[in-house]
Design a protein around this ligand. Sequence first.
Ligand code: MTE
Length: 306
Amino acid sequence: MLIRIPNGWEIPEREATPESVYWNRRSVLRAAGLLAVPSLAGQGTSLYPAKKNDQFALDRAVTPEWAATGYNNYYEFDPYAKEGLKDLTGKFNIAPWKVEVTGLVKEPQTYDLDDILKKFPLEERLYRFRCVERWAMAVPWTGFPMAAFIKLVEPKATAKFIRFVTVNRPKEMPGMAKAPYPWPYFEGLRMDEAMNPLTMLVTGLYGKPLPKQNGAPIRVVVPWKYGYKSIKSIVRVEFTSNEPPTFWNRLQPAEYGFYSNVEPKKPHPRWSQAYEQLIPTMERKATLQYNGYEQFVSGLYNGKEF
Ligand code: MTE
């Protein structure tokens, strides 16, 4: 008899009913050609919805789309608001979009997002997502593994970290003038974290191109870390030998470390991280070690990372 031992992120099918019902309905509609496929130049709209990767199941219902796209952190649009950011993104131009790959790579070069999208098959994954402020959601991201992108650009052996930078467009992003932050937003990962199969470059959400307020047209998603590591609207990927500085660490070094893994037993200096609150109901749930992705990532750490 073959006994299948589930991975940590897998859960019994009975607990996954809400989203499986939702997605079965979508596949039936798609098969029948009933899902509209609008064509917006430059956004690769015909690529959505992408095939779901069934390896990734949830222990909770998928967050309603209106909540995940209506409650955001995107300080470049407004550092003081989370709701209604969509209404501030009107001037933000996301097509065409280029991503510069630089630093310790075989051949530094600038890629057109449309060309990147042609190289990697998109897939959909249901991931939990946990903000350091305690709000949490569970959403279907569409994208491709960051590892595939890293293999394509061929970093040198001396590259140990990756630095990511968000677009710098104060005229299109009204929040940038509202706070004296060290814009543009910047983040980083250690190379083995970036190569971990969970780490994604994301271009879609809920079977559609990523909404601007969620980081269009391309963002990073690292589901076992606090949400601020998942940097939005990236235009630069730089391979470095040293740990790169990060935006929140620069602003508040005692509160936001480079690693920022979700760890229920390590309180934030100003609040507990033992529980989280699901948007939009704000129902409380216990925080999971590495946001529930322990089996995937615990081998990367010795527990002392901050
Ligand atoms: N990326 C940029 N460029 N600017 C930001 O303000 N906020 C971060 C992260 N990425 C942020 C960013 C934080 S604090 C969180 S919790 C997530 O984006 C929120 O992602 P979401 O709005 O798609 O839920």
